[in-house]
Design a protein. Structure first.
Length: 403
C-alpha cells in the first residue's frame, strides 16, 4: 500500500454563527471556494491535480444541500474535471473526509485529494435538516434519544465531573486560545477571508472571550436543566436507560460548551508520487484512522473507544502520543478522555478548543488535524492524535506522524 501524506492544511478563521458574525455574508459554497483556492495557490496545483474533493458538512439542506463539494469545486478556481463528494458523519465530517481521502490514497485510488469541510451555522441552523433519530418517534424511543446537552450532563453524572471541573476546563481553553493567537501559532494555517472587492472581512477567530473567569461562568444557568427536568423531561428518558442514576447533574452551559460558529478547512493529502510531481514536501503521514459506534443515549463518549481502537490497530500505546486534540463539544467530553487514559491535561488542546474558538460542525475535524500538525511542528513532536465525539453515538480518530 502507498503511504498517505499531509502536504498542507488551511482554514478560515471562525466567525460568530449569527447574523452579525463577520462571515455571515458568505454562503457555504463561497467560503469553501475560498479555502479550496488557497490550497490551489499555496501548492501550485494546476489542471486535474487531485483525484477528488471530499467535503464534509452536517446540515445538508437549503444552500448547504445537494452535493456541496461539487458546487464548491465549480465555484472555485479548481479544474472542472475534479469531482466532489459531500459526506456527513455529523461532527466528525471534516475528519472523516480526511480519513477517507487518506485511505483512498493508501489503496491506490488516485495520487492526491483535497479533503475537509464547512459549516455556516449562522445561515443554516443546526437541526434544520430534521435528523431521523430526533423526529422519528419509533427510532427515538428505541434509542432512548435525548439532546446532546443532556448526554453531556449524563457523562458528568456517570463519571463524577463537577460544575467547577467543567468551568475550569473552559477557562483554560479561553486562556490557551488567547495565548495561541498572541503568539501567532495559527499564522501558518489561517487565511484572511476577503470580500468580493478584496477587502478583509475576518482574519482571526472572533468567538473567543478573553478574560473569562470562574466567577463569570459561575453566574450562568445550566443550559439543559429545564429540558431535562421540566418539559419535555428528557432526564426521565435517560434514567430509563440508566436506572442506577438517581438524578442527572446538569453542569453544562454556554460557557463550557462549544460555540456556534461559521468556518471551513481543507487538508491536501497525497502519496509520495504526488509530492514529487508538484514539488511538495510532506509534513506528516497519516499513520492510522478509526471510527466506531457507541451508546446513542450518552452519545458523546466516542473518543474513548475510538482511541482504544486506533491504538490497537496501529500497534501504538497512549504513551507514544505526544499531543492530543480532543474536540471540546462539551467540557465533560474532554474530562472523560483525560480520565480514561490518565493523560496529562497539558498535552490536550494546547491552543484551546471549541469552547473558546467555536465548533463549525462539518469543518472541525479537518481544523483540529491542521491545528495538531502545526503544534507538533512548533514543539518538534513526532506523533499526534485527533478525535471527536459524534451525534447519535459514534467516535472517530486520526493519528498523524511527522516526517
Amino acid at each position: 500500500m502507498s503511504e498517505a501524506f499531509i502536504y498542507d492544511a488551511v482554514r478560515s478563521p471562525r466567525g460568530k454563527g449569527r447574523p452579525d458574525g463577520s462571515l455571515h455574508e458568505l454562503t457555504s459554497v463561497a467560503l469553501s471556494a475560498k479555502v479550496l483556492n488557497a490550497v490551489k495557490e499555496r501548492n501550485g496545483l494546476e489542471g486535474h491535480a487531485v483525484e477528488d474533493v471530499i467535503w464534509g458538512n452536517v446540515t445538508q439542506v437549503g444552500e448547504q444541500g445537494g452535493c456541496l463539494a461539487r458546487s464548491a469545486v465549480l465555484a472555485s478556481d479548481l479544474d472542472e474535471r475534479i469531482p466532489g463528494l459531500a459526506i456527513n458523519r455529523f461532527c466528525a465530517s471534516g475528519m472523516e473526509a480526511v480519513n477517507l481521502a487518506a485511505n483512498q490514497v493508501k489503496g491506490g485510488a488516485g495520487h492526491g485529494y483535497i479533503a475537509g469541510g464547512v459549516e455556516m451555522m449562522g445561515r443554516v441552523p443546526m437541526g434544520s435538516d430534521g435528523a431521523a433519530i430526533a423526529v422519528d418517534p419509533g427510532l427515538a424511543m428505541k434509542t432512548y434519544f435525548v439532546p446532546q446537552g443532556i448526554s453531556a450532563d449524563i457523562i458528568a453524572t456517570e463519571y463524577g465531573f463537577t460544575r467547577d471541573m467543567a468551568d475550569a476546563l473552559a477557562v483554560e481553553s479561553q486562556k490557551r486560545a488567547e495565548h495561541a493567537w498572541a503568539e501567532g501559532r495559527f499564522a501558518k494555517s489561517v487565511l484572511v477571508i476577503k470580500d468580493q472587492n478584496g477587502l478583509p472581512i475576518l482574519a482571526t477567530d472572533e468567538y473567543m472571550r478573553p478574560g473569562t473567569d470562574m466567577q463569570a461562568l459561575g453566574a450562568l444557568k445550566p443550559a439543559f436543566k429545564d429540558m431535562g427536568e421540566v418539559m419535555p423531561g428528557f432526564d426521565k428518558v435517560a434514567m430509563m436507560k440508566y436506572p442506577h442514576l438517581e438524578r442527572i447533574n446538569h453542569i453544562h452551559h454556554a460557557g463550557n460548551s462549544s460555540g456556534i460558529v461559521d468556518g471551513a478547512a481543507a487538508v491536501l493529502i497525497g502519496d509520495a508520487a504526488f509530492g514529487k510531481a508538484h514539488g511538495l514536501k510532506p509534513r506528516a503521514r497519516i499513520r492510522a484512522t478509526a471510527k466506531i459506534g457507541t451508546d446513542p443515549t450518552i452519545m458523546l463518549t466516542g473518543p474513548v473507544p475510538a482511541t482504544q481502537k486506533i491504538l490497537l490497530d496501529s500497534g501504538l500505546q497512549i504513551g507514544d502520543i505526544d499531543l492530543f486534540e480532543v474536540n471540546e463539544a462539551f467540557a465533560a467530553v474532554v474530562l472523560r478522555f483525560q480520565q480514561a487514559f490518565d493523560v496529562d491535561p497539558a498535552l490536550v488542546n494546547v491552543n484551546g478548543g471549541s469552547i473558546a474558538l467555536g465548533h463549525p460542525l462539518g469543518a472541525t475535524g479537518a481544523i483540529i488535524i491542521g491545528t495538531l500538525l502545526d503544534e507538533m511542528e512548533r514543539q518538534d513532536k513526532a506523533m499526534g492524535l485527533a478525535t471527536l465525539c459524534i451525534a447519535s453515538g459514534m467516535g472517530a480518530a486520526t493519528i498523524i506522524e511527522r516526517v
